[in-house]
Design a protein around this ligand. Structure first.
Ligand code: PNS
Length: 174
């Protein structure tokens, strides 16, 4: 088989890790930490025009992400609008990084991957299996458990826990 991948092998490998990150969890952080070891530059990108109603503003999510990823020298935090593959093209990214926690994630991820591949075959999707300690952790569940008074320590960075507490206090006051 002919390997067409030669000259480009020396180009820095840039990957985008896209998501809502509302808020970042330790599961995301685990993926960022493992993904950052595989590529030259990892761009963690928050979707701005999501149809989901977020708890945190994009600015708040970016701030929490920057705080949590400051220790990784090849990780950048950014936000994007529109199609992910167009953003990937603008950033010269060769890959999209996504995490799979359980088989239930697979179907949606498969659809997105195939759609993205159809839209821009040059950008491929890399999947990492979430660390087993985080396979049940999602931003959605963390917010729900927190809102109902459950313990979320160890599931999100400490600063995120503080932000959730602040949000709750504001809600109680307002
Ligand atoms: O963390 P999430 O909410 O599962 O992330 C979903 C995300 C941001 C990866 C996805 O919604 C996305 O890529 N949106 C950008 C718009 C787009 O390109 N849509 C077509 C993707 S198939």
């Amino acid at each position: 088989m002919v390997n067409h991948y030669n000259a480009a092998a020396h180009d820095p490998v840039v990957a985008i890790y896209p998501g809502s990150f509302d808020p970042i969890t330790n599961g995301h952080l685990d993926l960022i930490s493992r993904g950052a070891k595989l590529v030259d530059r990892l761009i963690v990108a928050v979707l701005r025009n999501s149809s989901k109603a977020p708890l945190f503003t994009v600015a708040e999510r970016l701030e929490m992400l920057r705080g949590a990823t400051g220790g990784f020298c090849n990780v950048e935090v950014d936000s994007f609008d529109g199609l992910l593959v167009d953003y990937a093209a603008r950033r010269n990214a060769r890959a999209i990084l996504r995490g799979i926690r359980a088989i239930s994630d697979y179907e949606h991820e498969l659809q997105m991957t195939l759609m993205n591949r159809r839209l821009r075959p040059e950008t491929d999707t890399i999947f990492l299996i979430a660390g087993e300690a985080f396979s049940f952790v999602s931003s959605h569940l963390v917010k729900e458990v927190f809102a109902l008074g459950g313990d979320i320590s160890g599931l999100v960075p400490k600063a995120v826990e503080e932000r959730l507490k602040e949000k709750q206090l504001l809600k109680e006051k307002g």
